[in-house]
Design a protein around this ligand. Structure first.
Ligand code: HXC
Length: 518
């Protein structure tokens, strides 16, 4: 090659112009807000030196702009490319807020669409690092249609490759649906927010004062709306967690999740499990203690930790293999199923099923939450999602009933007749149509009303109900569960059961798709 020739000079000039485009001043502006630049984020996500950028030199679309201006910058405000994360191929895009507020113009959208299509073709996860003022106002409807293409691509890739959004700045208006459509949403506290209509519109329409943080900050989405699955204090920790999270997932729906070597730190038989359930059936305990004593040491990665704490969801490993865990949490609302916990559980189950991740269910659930609020807000419709998700899932599914499994909630939590593969129960399990108090009140209403000492009679009847009905032995003898097990051997039993299910194959009748209640 002629290094003094015109083409080579142009090549070098372009490279230099691109470098100059990213000034210290811009970086400082981001840093002063507690944010990193798009380049810094990309270099934290990918294994050192592995990221390959494409389309770095594309420029914004030539459009007659009669309102505002479009900066003629290289790249059009988004970095796209591929590289390795923990040695595995991953595609990504990172919006650059320092260029027109990371707003999405036509070319910006085309770059994202191109990388989405590549990720799908290669069967690799895609990560979107979002920091954008939304649709580029100057480009009008063209930028809206750019969003539509991106949404369409996310939906086409759903269930084929893992799609993860990391919101690290604003996401406003319809742009929020880009993260919302993906599998998991990470947010960074205090610097990111998402809302369909911002504080100004809220003020105009409802005359209510609210800050961006109060309306759609990371805490709100993690605790209240459930839109964000994971939040962290700063961007470095957000990205570290994202990388760890990816290690649990397969690259696509026809691969299995990567295996890690189990260091053997979790004993297969652990007597501590016998002492976790309190003697008093109305006393709470932390189901995460059970999870951590069963799965490989330190392997639990909880999802949606701050939302609907009455159900615990997350990934863990058993002998180095990824499993999904769904567990009622007696510590929060006694582990009851309500609208939020049902939708949280259902979505998690569907992700596991799409990506070949076996599901372990730990049941201790008194039933569905009663009350006008829940009924009127549609607990019937939302609770049905859990049923549908469990029943539809064809991955290996194992349940351990730790304590309460009453009524519809017994069925929902992956009961055998709903398609559960193995169902174990601890001797502390209480399996029945309803809890003792309710059962006694209905069956012995007259006797209690006529009794001289109703409290004493009720106590007696509750004891009798527990002995005769609300235990795991009737279900065991009738085959509704597979075995009552010593809690100490839970890990051993589960490992063996999942091994037995490793070649599970279910033929699903052909149909376009089921009609899940939404
Ligand atoms: C073009 C935009 C922009 C946009 C920001 N900028 N948003 N340019 N289109 N949507 C530009 C600003 O003009 C400014 O340019 C630079 O980005 C930085 O913005 P600032 O306002 O100075 O930053 P900040 O104070 O941090 O405020 C950020 C912001 C605010 C909260 C995001 O810019 C904002 O409210 N933007 C509009 C958000 C929005 O409503 N977007 C449309 C949503 S509807 P200069 O040249 O001054 O540096 C949507 C539809 C999607 O997205 C539909 C999908 C179906």
């Amino acid at each position: 090659m002629d290094l003094s020739g015109k083409s080579y000079r142009t090549f070098i000039e372009r490279q230099e112009a691109l470098k100059k485009q990213f000034s210290e001043k811009q970086a400082e502006k981001q840093h002063s807000k507690g944010k990193l630049t798009a380049h810094e984020r990309i270099s934290l996500v990918f294994d050192s030196g592995s990221f390959e950028e494409i389309d770095a030199f594309v420029t914004p679309a030539d459009q007659p702009v009669e309102f505002g201006k479009v900066d003629r910058t290289y790249g059009d405000g988004v970095i796209v490319g591929h590289g390795k994360v923990n040695g595995r191929l991953v595609f990504a895009y990172a919006q650059d807020f320092t260029i027109m507020g990371g707003s999405l113009g036509v070319v910006h959208a085309k770059k994202i669409a191109k990388i989405q299509e590549m990720a799908l073709k290669m069967g690799s996860p895609i990560i979107g690092l979002m920091d954008s003022g939304g649709a580029r106002i100057q480009e009008g409807v063209a930028s809206l249609s750019g969003y539509a293409t991106i949404f369409q691509n996310i939906i086409h890739s759903s269930g084929i490759i893992p799609q993860i959004s990391v919101v690290m700045g604003p996401a406003a208006g319809g742009a929020v649906y880009s993260p919302a459509l993906t599998d998991f949403v990470f947010m960074t506290s205090h610097t990111s927010y998402m809302f369909v209509t911002g504080p100004n519109v809220v003020k105009e329409v409802l005359n209510e004062e609210v800050t961006s943080e109060q309306l759609g900050g990371a805490e709100i989405h993690a605790r209240k709306s459930g839109v964000a699955h994971m939040i962290y204090d700063d961007e470095e920790n957000t990205i570290l967690a994202l990388k760890k999270f990816l290690s649990y997932l397969p690259s696509n729906n026809v691969e299995n999740p990567p295996m890690v070597i189990d260091d053997g730190a979790t004993p297969d038989i652990n007597e501590k499990l016998r002492d976790i359930i309190p003697d008093d059936p109305n006393k709470a305990y932390d189901v995460k203690d059970v999870i951590n004593l069963i799965i490989d040491k330190n392997s639990f990665f909880e999802t949606s930790e701050l939302f609907a704490g009455n159900i615990v969801t997350g990934f863990g490993r058993l002998k180095g293999k990824t499993i999904g865990i769904v567990a009622n949490q007696p510590k929060v609302l006694a582990g009851v199923l309500d609208i939020d916990s049902s939708t949280k559980g259902a979505r998690f189950i569907r992700f596991c099923d799409a990506f070949n991740i076996p599901i372990l269910t730990l049941a201790d659930v008194p039933g569905f939450l009663p009350g006008i609020d829940q009924e009127h807000a549609g607990i019937i419709r939302h609770g049905a999602k859990m049923l549908f998700a469990y029943s539809e899932a064809t991955v290996p599914k194992i349940t351990v009933i730790l304590r309460k499994a009453y009524g519809g909630a017994f069925i929902v939590m992956n009961s055998k007749n709903l398609g559960g593969d193995f169902s174990f129960a601890w001797p502390t399990a209480e399996i029945a149509v309803m809890g003792p108090d309710g059962a006694v009140a209905i069956l012995y209403r007259k006797e209690l009303a006529e009794s001289k000492n109703p409290a004493e009679l009720k106590k007696e009847l509750v004891k009798k109900y527990r002995d005769k009905i609300a235990n795991p032995f009737i279900a065991d003898e009738c085959g509704y569960i597979d075995e009552v097990i010593d809690p100490a051997v839970t890990r051993k039993k589960i490992v063996s059961a999942f091994n037995a299910l490793s070649n599970k194959w279910v033929k699903v009748p052909a149909r376009k798709h089921g009609n899940m209640p939404l």
